[in-house]
Structure formats: C-alpha cells, structure tokens
Design a protein around this ligand. Structure first.
Ligand code: NAP
Length: 318
C-alpha cells in the first residue's frame, strides 16, 4: 500500500467534538497509526489535540503516524486550496499531511473561513430556503492547486474521493502528479469491482469508506435496520466458522480484496476488535459468497441526500 500507509485506519466522521481527543488517544493506544480526517468532520482541532497528547505521552512519533485530511467543496478554487490545507494543518497541529484528498467532485460557492467553518453544504444556512450554490470551477484547476501543495511540501501525497470511472480517466489525462489514492464507499452491498479494477490499472490505491455498510447511516436515517451487513447470512456463517465477529469478517473481506479500510468507532473495545483481523483468512468460497451480496446499494449518495437535506438536487454518479 501507498508509501507505507497502514491498511487499517481510524475514521473520524461523526465523532462528537467533546469525545474526539480522547478517542484519538485511545485509538493510538489500541494500535492505530492511520487517521482519516476531514475539514468537514468539524473535529480537526480536537483530533489535533488528541494526536498531540498521544505524541507527548510517547505513544507514537509523528513519523509513525499517517494523517489524511480532505479539501472541502467550498475551497475548490485554486486560490483557496492552500488556505484550506493550512487551516487543516493548523487545526491538526501538524506541519505536513501524509495524504490530502479532494473530498467530493463537487465545487460549491466559497465561504470565508472567518465567516463560517467548516462551511458544510448550504451557502447561507439562515436563508428562508437554504440551498447549495454551485461554483463553476473545473476539477483540473483544483487538481493543479493540489499538486502545488506537494511541490511546497505541505502534503506528501494527493488523491481524490468519490470519483467515478469517467472522472478517473479524465484526471489521469492531465495529472502532472498522479493521484496516489482513490477513497470510495465500498462494502459487500456496494463492491465497486469495476471502479477498483480501473484504479488498479492506473496504479491508484483504493481506500474503502463505510466498510461496515449501513451501520454508519442508521443515525442519519439513510439506511434501514434490515440493511445491516452484520446480519447477512454469509457474513454470519464466516464469523461462526472463524470465531470472529461479523464486523471483523466485513473488515477482513475489505483488506483481503486489496483495499485499505478506515472503520470509525467511539468505543475502545470496538477499536481493538476492528484492528484484530490479521489472525484469520477468509477462504475463496467465503470471499465469493460475501462479494455476491452486492446490490449496488450506495448509502452515501449526494444524488439523494443533497435534495433531502439541502434542497438541492445534485447527483454525481448517474
Ligand atoms: P463505518 O466505519 O463503516 O461504520 C461506523 C459505524 O459502525 C458506527 O455507527 C460505529 O458505531 C459502528 N461500528 C464500528 N465498529 C463496530 C463493530 N466492531 N461492531 C459493530 N458496530 C461497529 O462507517 P463510516 O464512519 O461512514 O466510514 C468510516 C470512515 O470513512 C469515516 O469515519 C470517515 O473517516 C470516512 N468516510 C469518508 C467519506 C468520503 O466522502 N470520503 C464518506 C464517509 C466516510 P460506534 O461508533 O458506536 O462504535
């Protein structure tokens, strides 16, 4: 995997601010060395506090840690990219990022940091009918500004999230510095075989987000209980056979198909559970049975949530 990026990372989305610093310290103590952060998660300051505490307690040094952050949609204009990166760096109390990703192929109207941070999706939350406001910024301009961050040493690697195959072909046609990472939703209900294969053809590593599938989306009313992969028959059968939990089987499946995974939890016992997947191997038959669960079910779909939550229909995958 990319320049020594640990294959299992710790996801930080939806960890409440007041719990984040302690979670990060606990995660380092449990053995995590890779943290998946983003400006939009609204907890980078607290993540920075946790990382600093872990380092000062001697749990890990900066060189042992892999920290990823992401460029938010309102900072796509080339003149805003470095400013956004520096804000994440200062919140995280770091002087470089190991990986910086374009969070979505969606450019939104800029909101100054002093006005509101993180700016989230709608331009004016106080408007009568708050909506997203699109910005006419080509992705190649954003990418050139991302490349400049590598040139200046602020970030070691750059990549993208939530790109489809057509956007990857396009990006590869102009990238001076090739994307090192593609981060996408992937789990057994959304296996994304062709996208992952294409990334492999171009030499781009893949990180699977929401590796536990529906679990992350119940609290957002974006998934129903019946969609839990933890109760899917082939997952439960493999868990029984190996004396592991269904979550461990899902994470092992993700690793065994060659992706990195970044499970999130606020619970120290689950932090350890989610890391303890190196001591068993799923058979080819088990892998195939789990992969056969695919139903192209995307839980994190801007084509759905932007309309429900932000009064703006903004599909990107169709
Ligand atoms: P996830 O890690 O697949 O699932 C997290 C959910 O599963 C939480 O509700 C957690 O609850 C629960 N959970 C964790 N471990 C468990 C276990 N062993 N058994 C049972 N339940 C367990 O989903 P995610 O947070 O959506 O995705 C992971 C990370 O990917 C995010 O945190 C974020 O860093 C990244 N991400 C990136 C994007 C993007 O657009 N680039 C989008 C989404 C996510 P508790 O906390 O209560 O344990």
């Amino acid at each position: 995997m990319l320049n020594g990026m640990p294959r299992i990372g710790f996801g930080l989305w939806k960890i409440p601010q007041e719990e984040t610093a302690d979670c990060v310290v606990e995660a380092v103590r449990a053995g995590y060395r890779h943290f998946d952060s983003a400006a939009d998660y609204a907890n980078e300051e607290q993540t920075g506090e946790g990382l600093a505490r872990a380092m000062s307690e001697g749990l890990a040094g900066r060189e042992d840690l892999w920290v990823t952050s992401k460029l938010w949609n309102t900072f796509h204009a080339p003149e805003h990219v470095e400013e956004a990166c520096r804000k994440s760096l200062s919140d995280l109390r770091l002087d470089y990022l190991d990986l910086y990703l374009v969070h979505f192929p969606i450019a939104l109207r800029h909101v100054p940091i002093e006005k509101r941070y993180p700016p989230e999706w709608v331009y004016d939350p106080d408007a009568q009918n708050p909506r997203m406001e699109r910005a006419a910024i080509p992705l190649h301009e954003t990418w050139a500004a991302m490349e400049a961050l590598v040139d200046s040493g602020l970030v070691k690697n750059i990549g993208v999230c939530n790109y489809n195959t057509a956007l990857i072909h396009d990006l590869m046609s102009y990238a001076r510095i090739k994307p090192a990472m593609l981060q996408i939703e992937s789990h057994p209900y959304l296996t994304q075989e062709r996208l992952i294969r294409l990334a492999g053809d171009y030499g781009i590593d893949v990180t699977a987000f929401s590796p536990l599938g529906a679990q992350s989306y119940f609290e957002l009313d974006m998934a129903s209980e019946g969609e839990s992969l933890l109760k899917a028959a082939p997952v439960m059968v493999a868990a029984d056979a190996h004396g592991k939990t269904p979550a461990q089987v899902l994470l092992r499946w993700g690793i065994q198909r060659g992706t990195a995974i970044i499970p999130k939890t606020t619970k120290p016992d689950r932090m350890r559970e989610n890391l303890a997947i190196d001591d068993f191997k799923l058979s080819q038959v088990e892998m195939a049975a789990i992969s056969a669960l695919n139903q192209n079910r995307r839980f994190n779909d801007p084509g759905t949530f932007t309309e429900v939550a932000f009064n703006t229909f903004h599909p990107i995958y169709d």
